[in-house]
Design a protein around this ligand. Structure first.
Ligand SMILES: [Zn+2]
Ligand SMILES: [Zn+2]
Length: 108
């Protein structure tokens, strides 16, 4: 498959690692002041369907976003890869898989 941002070639697993190495800034982390939760968001480079998930429902842990930055980004990129397989398989050279993502949900 190809990296959606720079077209670098690799396996799905290599691309997953490369997304964190090369494009960590694509994942935004922020605090939802209204709900008091910590969230992450990642835009799809091919369509308007961005994804947003709660990273930690207990938003009071100040260092959470810094401490788990890598874990959060890897979860976000995994969700993005599943979205590619479901919606943009041809654009990134992935075989389409209709299955539901197995990693739904937040972080432990
Ligand atoms: Zn890339
Ligand atoms: Zn998309």
């Amino acid at each position: 498959m190809n990296c959606p941002y720079c077209r670098r070639e690799g396996t799905r697993m290599e691309t997953h690692a490369h997304l964190w190495d090369g494009h960590p800034d694509q994942v935004r982390t922020f605090r939802d002041e209204a709900k008091g939760t910590l969230k992450f968001a990642l835009d799809c480079p091919f369509c308007d369907e961005g994804m947003e998930r709660v990273a930690n429902p207990r938003g009071r842990e100040e260092d959470f976003l810094t401490e788990f930055r890598r874990e959060i980004a890897l979860v976000a990129f995994d969700l993005l890869l599943y979205h590619f397989q479901a919606s943009h398989a041809e654009q990134v050279g992935l075989p389409p898989i209709p299955d539901e993502p197995a990693t739904e949900g937040g972080l432990p």
